[in-house]
Write a protein that binds this ligand. Structure first.
Ligand SMILES: Cc1cc2nc3c(=O)[nH]c(=O)nc-3n(C[C@H](O)[C@H](O)[C@H](O)COP(=O)(O)OP(=O)(O)OC[C@H]3O[C@@H](n4cnc5c(N)ncnc54)[C@H](O)[C@@H]3O)c2cc1C
Length: 363
């Protein structure tokens, strides 16, 4: 089999690359599971981030803002739910309120539109179900039906002629005169695929795929996050994304409330360094009180019995601890071999912009 491009991984990033490239190139996507988005891409908050949090000029900032525009435009065009419900980043007390100023400045430097600081009265008007003394209002934050979004990328790639091979594991790769000779295990046998270029979009599997060609520059550290579902009796009580400002330093964005496009409410994700793969996706019910206390800071109406264990996801962190910034990596370290590394949040939001960057690297 010969292709112009072989993409490792049918998560949202690999699929975005396949969709972007399939119009002009022959593309094969190789995915070890039996369908798309079986790992991180189906275990996230489905938030379309505005681009407030990341250092000015970083790839995270640039691809988040660009990717958000591309994602909304695509979802509008294809009738995929992506409501711009907006986000309030809420402060309690003066010291937290001071942090909002820093976020406002950073967000504006990143080109995030419409950011404003609001006082307690305006916060209550925007989001009556929330307690807080002040907030940063981000009208362009939203949520997306990530499953339909990813399915649309697969459909576009296939319409462009791409092949998608499931239950197939990339287990080897050798450099050749014309590109790469890739070993794929599929259906109990090993197949060789020749491709001019390989895109390693393997998410948590990125270091193992990189190791096949001697790249060890991008280690992954795994950081699990779990969510608790909020009782459906509170459906409609919160209309916008509500994040705490003071908790954004733990390496995540702090336990927050998120909505799905069906109106369901979830609290999370938390932040726990874990070993793996394989990863244990169990949600420990004993965490309920910690979640309740975190949620109760912002939602006085929340009772412990409102929370039930929901799901877990694993972030692919490029650094081994909180408080250390490392940017997304999109790199061609070997001719025709592109690595996407450290694609943690806002990777869903940024996926279409990352795919543009990959296409530009391939020329
Ligand atoms: C707790 C949590 C919350 C998040 N919230 C948000 C959010 O609200 N907004 C946002 O923008 N982002 C969010 N993210 C980030 C977002 O989910 C990820 O950035 C994105 O899903 C990464 O997609 P990916 O395609 O790179 O990786 P993945 O979805 O992990 O896909 C990689 C694929 O590669 C396959 N693979 C690996 N190795 C091989 C191999 N050897 N052979 C074949 N296939 C292989 C895997 O099976 C997998 O399907 C969150 C992430 C987490 C964990």
């Amino acid at each position: 089999m010969d292709y112009d491009v072989l993409v490792v991984g049918a998560g949202v990033v690999g699929l975005a690359c396949a969709a972007a490239l399939s119009a002009t190139r022959s593309v094969l996507v190789v995915e070890r599971h039996d369908g798309i988005c079986r790992e991180t891409s189906s275990r996230n908050s489905e938030v379309v981030h505005a681009g407030v949090y990341y250092p000015e000029g970083s790839r995270k900032a640039l691809s988040c803002v660009r990717g958000r525009h591309l994602l909304y435009e695509r979802c509008d065009r294809l009738g995929i739910a992506a409501p711009r419900i907006g986000k309030v980043i809420v402060a309690l007390g003066d010291s937290e309120a001071a942090e909002l100023e820093g976020l406002l400045a950073r967000g504006r430097a990143n080109g995030v539109e419409g950011l404003t600081l609001v006082d307690r009265t305006e916060l209550r008007r925007l989001e009556p179900g929330t307690d807080g003394d002040a907030a940063l209002w981000s009208p362009w934050s939203g949520i997306v039906d990530s499953h339909r979004f990813a399915a649309s990328l697969e459909a576009e790639a296939e319409a462009g002629g791409a092949d998608v091979l499931f239950d197939a594991n990339v287990v080897g790769a050798d450099s050749t005169a014309g590109g790469w000779d890739v070993a794929v295990e599929h259906g109990g046998s090993r197949t060789r695929v020749r491709a001019r270029a390989v895109i390693n979009a393997a998410g948590l599997g990125q270091p193992a795929v990189s190791a096949l060609v001697g790249i060890d520059a991008y280690p992954n550290y795994a950081c699990k996050g779990v969510w608790f579902a909020v009782s459906p009796r509170h459906r409609g009580r919160v209309q916008r994304l509500v994040y705490p400002v003071g908790r954004a330093t733990d390496g995540g964005l702090g336990v927050h409330i998120c909505l799905d496009v069906g109106g369901g409410l979830r609290l999370g994700p938390d932040f726990e360094w874990v070993d793996g793969p394989p990863f244990d996706l169990y949600v420990d019910p004993a965490k309920r009180d910690v979640f309740w206390r975190a949620g109760r800071r912002l939602f006085a109406w929340l009772e412990p019995e409102d929370l039930t264990p929901d799901m877990a996801g694993v972030r692919s962190k490029p650094v081994p601890g909180p408080g250390m910034f490392r940017d997304f990596v999109v790199a061609m370290d070997l001719p025709g071999w592109i690595t996407l590394a450290g694609i943690e949040s806002p990777g869903l939001t940024s996926s279409l912009a990352l795919a543009e960057e990959v296409a530009a690297l391939l020329g």
